[in-house]
Design a protein around this ligand. Structure first.
Ligand code: ARG
Ligand code: CA
Ligand code: ZN
Length: 366
């Protein structure tokens, strides 16, 4: 019974939160709400390096960590050296997200830090079930997820390169997890024949953390579901390796799948772009469920970490406390009621053993 109750609570809260988040994303995507964000936002990151006792190489160097930040700050700013490889037809869609990342300089107590936490573990590897996110299970506890992007780097099992929490997940699971040898471009990532030596796993997983879905819509080739982004073509399934342009599926000719997108599954050397439509979803996320980062950036006096690279920060801060937010909350809460009722129905169906038509979206993404 306790398990049932836990499942009920967890899935109801999560699903209700997700529907509010998706509602907001849709409004941005449809242009009914536009981003108020100006300048560049810098997200403070804590990197938890969790290494096995007998594999000191997993305790990656600071250089390797910094190489990952170089990639992120190129990819999210459309300043990556390979952006010119985007096929001409999609060049106008390339987005500079105006999001940057840096190692935290203040820990949760306000003390100086290099933003790197090193933990030695007896665990030989972790899977996607969050073990690395808790010291109780041989991992490292997160820093407050509304102030820091938590990034865990460790050995992963089963060929997993990384996984991410979508906004709306419980705080203790929030963040991204990356295989050490797919993290950054040097050190353990630098070995012959590694297709994941370009630091793009973190780019991809942070895309999920900012509420992006896979470009193929996770429908296993059915063409029925998409990524809720209008400027990425509907595509059947994941692309891997180094596809050749054009690759046509789901009647998406003449240009075909946008396999050069960070949210596909190609080799690191084959992905170069986020689109403007994807940026709309990221903005919806940054001005919704992850607004604490923008607020912190806009109000450094409140001892927060993030920084906004323009004087418009204060103006952005205003936006969070005024500007019809009360109305929005009311609106969101009405929606929430409907969603909660649906969830209660879903749980009753599950308990009664009735099959459910669709599975709840979200949770962990790889
Ligand atoms: N979660 C995905 C996986 O584990 C990440 C794929 C990232 N792709 C890449 N080229 N780095 O397979
Ligand atoms: Ca799309
Ligand atoms: Zn993914």
């Amino acid at each position: 019974m306790l398990v049932h109750r836990e499942l009920l609570n967890a899935s109801m809260t999560y699903r209700a939160q997700r529907s509010v988040i998706e509602n907001r994303a849709l409004q941005y995507e449809l242009g009914r709400r536009t981003s108020a964000r100006r300048g560049v936002i810098t997200i403070p990151v804590v990197v938890h390096v969790v290494s096995n006792r007998n594999h000191p190489e997993q305790d990656i160097s600071e250089e390797q960590i910094r190489s990952q930040f170089t990639v992120l700050n190129q990819d999210f700013r459309a300043a990556n050296p390979d952006v010119d490889k985007v096929p001409d037809v999609w060049k106008p869609l390339v987005a500079d997200t105006r999001i940057e990342f840096r190692l935290a300089t203040q820990d949760p107590n306000g003390d100086p830090t290099d933003g790197i936490v090193r933990v030695v573990t007896d665990r030989t590897g972790f899977d996607h079930r969050h073990g690395v996110k808790s010291s109780a299970t041989g991992g490292s506890d997160p820093w407050p997820s509304d102030q820091y992007l938590n990034m865990w780097v460790c050995q992963l099992t089963g060929g997993l390169l990384g996984y991410a929490a979508f906004p709306g997940q419980p705080p203790h699971l929030d963040g991204v997890v990356i295989l050490h040898s797919a993290f950054g471009t040097t050190g353990t990532a630098d070995f012959p024949g590694n297709p994941f030596n370009g630091g793009r796993t973190a780019t991809h997983e942070i895309g999920h953390w900012l509420n992006l879905f896979h470009v193929w819509g996770d429908d296993d080739g059915a063409c029925t579901s998409d990524d809720k982004v209008v400027d990425t073509p509907n595509q059947a399934d994941a692309n891997t390796g180094m596809p050749r342009f054009p690759r046509i599926t789901c009647n998406n000719g003449p240009n075909g799948d946008m396999f050069v997108n960070y949210m596909d599954y190609t080799d690191d050397a084959g992905m170069f772009m986020f689109t403007k439509g994807q940026l709309a979803r990221m903005n919806a996320c940054l001005e919704g469920p992850r607004a604490s980062f923008l607020a912190a950036a806009a109000m450094p006096a409140l001892a927060q970490e993030a920084t906004v690279g323009s004087a418009a920060g204060a103006e952005a801060a205003e936006k969070f406390v005024s500007d019809g937010d009360v109305e929005r909350l009311l609106h969101d809460s009405e929606r929430l009621t409907v969603e909660v009722l649906n969830d209660i129905r879903a749980v009753l169906d599950t308990v009664a053993g009735r099959p459910r038509g669709r599975e709840a979206r979200g949770g962990v993404r790889r």
